[in-house]
Design a protein around this ligand. Structure first.
Ligand code: ZN
Length: 112
């Protein structure tokens, strides 16, 4: 992974949500394990995680989203029909999120 990969994506999905994005660090609510980073586009609550916005998740298959540490299921895979887009529907209260900056992401993803 290189620096290019952690640039915020700027595409039609971002534009349709007002053109404003930030990085979130997503953690398991139960065991507090930091799982991956996520580009959140626009305001509004986090109901689903779009597959193309997740960075640092080592699972390549599109199955249930599971915390690697405590094995709890965080979300289930769906296709968001309106945009024909792969996403995880999150279970209520399954995650914690906090806004992080690019430097912290690099640390988290072990990018020098
Ligand atoms: Zn966990």
């Amino acid at each position: 992974m290189n620096n290019k990969d952690i640039k915020l994506k700027n595409d039609k999905f971002k534009k349709s949500r007002g053109g404003y994005s930030r990085w979130l660090l997503i953690s398991c609510e139960k065991c507090k394990n930091s799982m991956f980073t996520y580009q959140k586009d626009g305001s509004g609550i986090l109901k689903r995680l779009y597959f193309d916005r997740i960075v640092g998740l080592d699972s390549k298959n599109f199955g249930n989203l599971i915390c690697r540490k405590c094995r709890i299921v965080i979300g289930t895979p769906i296709i968001y029909k309106k945009e024909h887009r792969k996403a995880y529907r999150l279970f209520v209260g399954a995650i914690e999120k906090k806004i992080i900056n690019e430097n912290k992401i690099k640390k988290f993803l072990h990018i020098k």
